[in-house]
Ligand binder design. Structure first.
Ligand SMILES: [Fe+2]
Length: 388
């Protein structure tokens, strides 16, 4: 089986896909031009055998394992201290979205003199960076969701303002990605579902974002088809290597597609994650039908295309919405944000921050702070009819 699940791809970056290909990590590090890489991972993986093996395999590498979920500036700063103290010349970002984002931002910041928030994804702020000071990254995803391994940004929490900021530079794209499905077999079912739904939302929001971008649309549609087919299998049996491999590919497709834009789901999920430290993918999965319902008239034609690509028994917007609700239910994902610990105490702030989030601009119809607050309140209470 593994022979047919193997490939070397060169878009949007160099991807070595296939079970067992973590064995090529030393070659990937060399190809990226690193002699002394810093391996960045999160607290949950720091003692995992796969991390120990990677450190042993890559000569002169060292470990920085203090990245948390929803990584913050303090994690980046601690990583930068480790990077500089060890005289490193590149980063192996190894783990889920938090480790990948933190690792990419550490590599990006390693040669900059301006503060991190100067590089937020606003206008042409990325041109403030000294491109020569951006260290190379090899990305090794262990979850299939974020797609950060093929992204040009990292999301970092500003703990003072409770805002998630997108740090962007075209050269933050990892030089080499190792997409090894065997690394994700140990992922618990709940995390598999939540991260997989994040990838689904990336594809969905990218496909529905306005603008002429058939390349992104093609990736988004096929990504949704793969997730619809293989996420239930990966959820039911974590050792299903074929399902894991297809999900890894679909996650990379989602993140490639969302260069076109995201939308209201991510716009709301970012401040919710900042304020309540909820899991990003899970937050998106809960919010998705509420934003769909709000956008309904604008996305009816596109929802029908998705329903046809997924070969759903009921077509059109209704058929697709019904399947989204079914998928959530099947994965044990709750219907309300209240069920994952979110309340409406700061609803006004969350509405305003959602409106300011760069993702909001990709929503199929313009959304303002009051509308986003309304959608958020409906999602907290589990009242889908309130946004209809
Ligand atoms: Fe996401």
């Amino acid at each position: 089986m593994s022979a047919v699940l193997r490939g070397n791809w060169n878009y949007p970056t160099t991807i070595w896909a296939g079970p067992g290909r973590i064995a090529e990590l030393p070659a990937a590090s060399a190809l990226a031009g690193m002699q002394r890489p810093l391996l960045v991972t999160d607290e949950g993986l720091v003692n995992a055998p796969m991390i120990r093996r990677a450190l042993a395999a890559v000569k002169d590498s060292a470990l920085f394992g203090a990245v948390r979920g929803n990584p913050a500036l303090s994690h980046v700063e601690a990583g930068l201290r480790a990077y500089r103290a060890g005289g490193h010349d590149g980063v192996i970002a190894f783990g889920g979205g938090s480790a990948l984002d933190a690792g990419k931002v550490i590599a990006f910041m390693s040669g900059q003199t301006r503060p991190l928030w100067d590089f937020e994804d606003i206008g042409d702020w990325w041109t403030r960076a000294d491109a020569r000071g951006i260290a190379p990254v090899v990305a090794v995803p262990t979850t299939a969701g974020t797609g950060s391994e093929v992204g040009r940004a990292g999301v970092i929490l500003n703990e003072e303002t409770h805002q998630k900021k997108i740090i962007f530079h075209p050269q933050m794209m990892p030089r080499v990605v190792i997409a090894d499905a065997e690394l994700s077999v140990g992922l618990p079912a709940g995390v598999t579902a939540a991260t997989g739904m994040d990838a689904f939302v990336h594809c969905f929001e990218a496909f529905c974002a306005p603008g002429f971008h058939p390349l992104a649309d093609g990736l988004a549609l096929e990504g949704m088809r793969l997730i619809h087919q293989f996420l239930p299998r990966a959820y039911a049996n974590g050792n299903d290597i074929e399902a894991r491999a297809q999900m890894l590919a679909a996650a990379s497709m989602g993140a490639t597609a969302f260069q076109k834009g995201l939308g209201g789901v991510h716009a709301i999920a970012h401040p919710v994650g900042s304020w309540f430290n909820t899991h990003h993918g899970l937050t998106n999965a809960v919010i998705l039908p509420y934003v769909m319902t709000h956008n309904r008239d604008a996305i009816a034609d596109k929802a029908d295309i998705i329903a046809r690509v997924l070969d759903l028994p009921a077509r059109g917007y209704e058929g697709f919405l019904a399947r989204v609700l079914d998928m959530r239910r099947g994965f044990g994902i709750p219907h309300s944000l209240a069920a994952i610990g979110v309340n409406t105490d700061n609803a006004g702030v969350i509405g305003r921050e959602a409106a300011l989030d760069p993702s909001a601009g990709g929503n199929p119809i313009p959304v303002d702070a009051a509308q986003l607050e309304h959608i958020f309140r409906a999602a907290v209470d589990g009242r889908l009819e309130a946004v209809a």
